[in-house]
Design a protein. Structure first.
Length: 450
């Protein structure tokens, strides 16, 4: 039986058990008013007990056994406080009574701790990626695991208590909007799951919101441009230095097993690809005037849940090439003349060196080249150029900013090349000036000249 099906049976059992308790309370009054006899009460109780026993054995999937040797008590395991506990009784009937009370009264409170593994399993069954679940588990261990709030019964929370806890952690961990909304996801989605599974009557998050305009006033796009300009993009002088050094790095030793990594850096500046897309390019994706992007490198994680302790464990399992994550990521990326020359040089170098792994474009002597190789090459070139280290994603922002700032291509064209779901992502996070400080000063002088 699936967890989801069993959870529903438990909910129905609790309802039936509560109904039986109400009937039991009414027996005394009915006897006192001569509405029912003691024999009739015994018969009704026996029927209810048999019905409860039948139902509880449907939801309690573990075996009920009798001990051997000195200890001949009956025993069976239950999950209590997120842990596996063995209950023991002298008779089988006492075990059944204990199980009826346990599942009926709900000694196993519905808490964040008890639902977290169940929720993770549900997300796995819904197709959530291992890397996403890994991020969720990181947030669980950082913000929730050692907080007493995870042992509070879900139905006991008020809207104000939840808002207070979230606001406190917003300040405590000095979270920006992205980290805050990631942290909030666990709380919000577990409540949603519990509500959908009818474990709680209402979802308090229906009344909770944290609008950016109120809680994250200092995160405007203009402020990021002013404070992070140097870190967000390569300026025109930096681009020239990096390109020259990348070409020299390749030409100095083209037979090196990772020599084409430097050419990969040049291709990033000419295409605006994500680095994960770059290392997933295959020869079949290369056409005369464009690249067809359909795959990307992904970090792989194995998500396991211990049946006894219910502990969730995320184990890194290396990288793999998988389908692009969004529909917008499946796209044609136009190839400039320079990009075509770079790709041709890479193909010729692979052939000359005898490097081949399936039909991947970026390979070394033994395997497909990975993101980390390109990242290290960019850092090496930045050091040689005496500029701040910047990630491959900053090249992507540089590419986008240059296209838009030239005023030749419109926003929608650039957004499509980058594989964005919407134009707003480009507008909010990608557009910066790539002019050097000297160029900006010259322009200012020219603009103010009389």
């Amino acid at each position: 039986m699936s967890n989801k099906s069993n959870d529903k049976k438990i909910v129905e059992f609790k309802k039936y058990y509560a109904k039986c308790q109400e009937i039991e309370k009414g027996f005394k009054l009915q006897i006192e008013n001569d509405i029912i006899t003691l024999n009739e009460v015994r018969e009704k109780r026996e029927k209810m007990t048999k019905s409860l026993e039948k139902l509880v054995l449907e939801i309690h999937t573990s075996n009920i056994n009798q001990g051997k040797g000195k200890d001949q008590r009956w025993f069976t395991p239950i999950m209590k406080g997120g842990k596996r506990v063995i209950i023991k009784k002298n008779t089988y009937e006492e075990i059944i009574d204990e199980l009826i009370e346990f599942y009926g009264v709900g000694k196993e409170k519905i808490t964040l701790r008890s639902l977290y593994p169940q929720w993770i399993k549900n997300m796995q069954s819904q197709g959530a990626s291992p890397s996403y679940l890994r991020r969720i588990d990181f947030d669980w261990r950082k913000y929730y695991q050692n907080d007493k709030i995870i042992d509070r019964e879900l139905k006991s929370f008020s809207v104000n208590e939840i808002k207070s806890w979230l606001t406190t952690n917003l300040t405590k961990y000095e979270l920006n909007s992205k980290k805050f909304y990631n942290m909030q996801t666990i709380f919000k989605q577990i409540f949603k799951y519990a509500n959908e599974e009818e474990m709680i009557a209402k979802n308090p998050f229906d009344k909770i919101s944290f609008p950016k305009a109120k809680y994250f006033k200092g995160e405007s796009n203009k402020q990021r441009q002013i404070e992070g300009l140097k870190k967000e993009v390569f300026n025109e002088d930096d681009i020239k230095k990096i390109k020259e050094l990348a070409l020299k790095d390749f030409m100095d030793n083209p037979s090196n097993s990772t020599s084409t990594a430097s050419l990969g850096v040049l291709l990033l500046f000419n295409s605006g690809l994500r680095v994960g897309e770059l290392v997933a390019i295959r020869e079949r994706n290369i056409f005369d005037d464009y690249l067809w992007i359909e795959e990307e490198e992904q970090r792989d994680y194995i998500i396991s849940i211990d049946e006894k302790t219910q502990k969730v464990t995320c184990t890194y399992n290396g990288t793999k090439v998988g389908k692009a994550k969004t529909n917008a990521s499946f796209r044609k990326v136009p190839l400039t003349k320079e990009a075509k020359e770079i790709i041709q040089l890479i193909l010729e170098t692979n052939k000359a060196n005898g490097f081949k792994e399936e039909d991947f474009l970026f390979v070394n002597a033994t395997q497909r080249m990975q993101e980390n190789t390109i990242l290290k090459r960019i850092y090496k070139l930045c050091d040689e150029a005496f500029i701040d280290k910047r990630s491959p994603h900053k090249i992507r922002k540089t590419f986008a900013s240059m296209l838009v700032n030239k005023g030749i291509m419109d926003i929608s064209e650039v957004s499509s090349i980058l594989g964005h779901v919407g134009e707003q992502t480009l507008i909010n996070h990608y557009l910066y000036s790539t002019k050097s400080a000297n160029t900006r000063l010259d322009r200012l002088e020219q603009s103010l000249a009389m």
